[in-house]
Design a binder for this molecule. Sequence first.
Ligand SMILES: N[C@@H](CCC(=O)N[C@@H](CS)C(=O)NCC(=O)O)C(=O)O
Length: 242
Amino acid sequence: MPDQKPIELYYWPTPNGWKVSIALEEMALPYVLKPVNIGAGEQFEPGFLAISPNGRMPAIIDPDGPDGEPISVFESGAILQYLARKSGRFHGSNAREQAAVEQWLFWQMGGLGPMAGQAHHFRSYAPKIEPDLSKLEYGKTRYTNEVNRLYGVLERGLSDGRDFIAGPYSIADMAIWPWILPEGQGQNLDDFPKLKAWVDRVWERPGVQAGRKLGKDLRSNLGADDKKAEEARKILFGQRAT
Ligand SMILES: N[C@@H](CCC(=O)N[C@@H](CS)C(=O)NCC(=O)O)C(=O)O
């Protein structure tokens, strides 16, 4: 479709961003990258908040929305569902398959993503902010254990011989895969052989590799000791309503 207008992808290279860059690559939808430097506070700019009122990336603007008018979408799960409907791919081909995809998609959105995010926070970033490490111990243990439990859920989910989490490869795999980062989450994939094989199987896909690499040079290491990382931590952690 040569005259298809590109989707604007508001993005920073993090696990939630990778979900959507992977989906766009897998679905071969044309897109244009609009970096949102969350370490520099660009997520609070009024223009961005108008399309993503939660002040989080990713978000998209599709100039060719469902009624031919532009549409914006925020929340990675909603974006994945929108793109799957638009492309007609990767969300199951009947009601039963769609329910299977959606249960794992929502499991990622409500479980693995938030819990793994907190595990990263307590393990890597909080020690740079709170000098009394004993205060971090409870949170660190709680979220590391919860991620361990969730890895176990995936391991059992993949134990019936299926190649992908909902059967055929789907947006559920695209949502879950970027969040399997065992090193930063205090996990060992050798304890989860089916999950480990799935991680490798998903990575073999060229669309996943292209999406995962998008903007990789933009990202700074939030756990680093330099001035830029310290500034980014101040922007990202401790936000309140006003
Ligand atoms: N539930 C949201 C989470 C998005 C999210 O947390 N994005 C992070 C980066 S991974 C962000 O934009 N952070 C900016 C901030 O914390 O100010 C989704 O799935 O899209």
